[in-house]
Write a protein that binds this ligand. Structure first.
Ligand SMILES: [Zn+2]
Length: 214
């Protein structure tokens, strides 16, 4: 672990980020946006080159200061127990490309994953989703945080400087915003929008297949 020391104000800021991550992780678990020990979330420590990210293997329900790990933007671990999430490289890529982003949320939410199996985007079928998120692209790359996946994410970010979320096919939602709370809201909205899109598609299918006497 690094010997690097941080000032007292930085330590206070890290504690605040950990408290916010803990609150938002528990909320996401309670509403079943993420079950089991999948998914991860992180927050940027304002005014520093640090982020805090969930440890690999613990659930959102179990998040506490010890398993929320501080790392530099270069990937050096500063504190915490265990290893940072396996998605650390993905989080770092987003933070480096988007200085405005201070929170990233990732969940294996079922409606979004099902909806991502077809098309290029999650249809923003509600006025709310369209106004808040605009476009929700689908990323089709191998699951692991490989250089190819990171390049594809950078291309998505470069194509839309206001991008707030995408869904990786067969994997889940990645959402990001100026705070971890807003990033969680974005993930909730993506999942809600995908569920509505599915219901509308089923409704259209049933209408198309209804017999003349129905
Ligand atoms: Zn994942």
């Amino acid at each position: 672990m690094s010997k690097r020391k941080y000032s007292s104000p930085d330590s206070i800021a890290i504690t605040r980020v950990k408290q916010s991550l803990q609150t938002n992780a528990k909320r996401a678990y309670e509403i079943r946006l993420q079950t089991g020990n999948g998914g991860n979330l992180s927050g940027r420590v304002p005014g520093t080159d640090l982020i805090v990210i969930k440890a690999s293997g613990c659930s959102f329900e179990q998040c506490q200061p010890d398993n929320l790990i501080t790392v530099t933007l270069g990937g050096t671990q500063i504190d915490g127990e265990g290893m940072p999430s396996q998605e650390l490289a993905t989080h770092l890529a987003i933070y480096k490309h988007r200085p405005d982003v201070h929170g990233i949320f990732h969940s294996h939410s079922p409606w979004a994953i099902a909806c991502a199996s077809r098309g290029d985007t999650i249809p923003t079928v509600t006025f709310h989703a369209k106004s808040k998120l605009g476009r929700i692209p689908i990323l089709r790359v191998p699951d692991e945080a490989t250089p190819a996946k990171l390049d594809a994410i950078k291309a998505l970010l470069a194509a839309d400087c206001n991008l707030q979320a995408f869904v990786q096919d067969r994997h889940g939602i990645f959402s990001f915003a100026s705070s971890i709370e807003l990033a969680r809201y974005n993930a909730e909205l993506v999942e809600e929008t995908a569920q509505i899109a599915w219901f509308m598609a089923i409704s259209d299918y049933l209408a198309l297949n209804r017999g003349p006497d129905a």
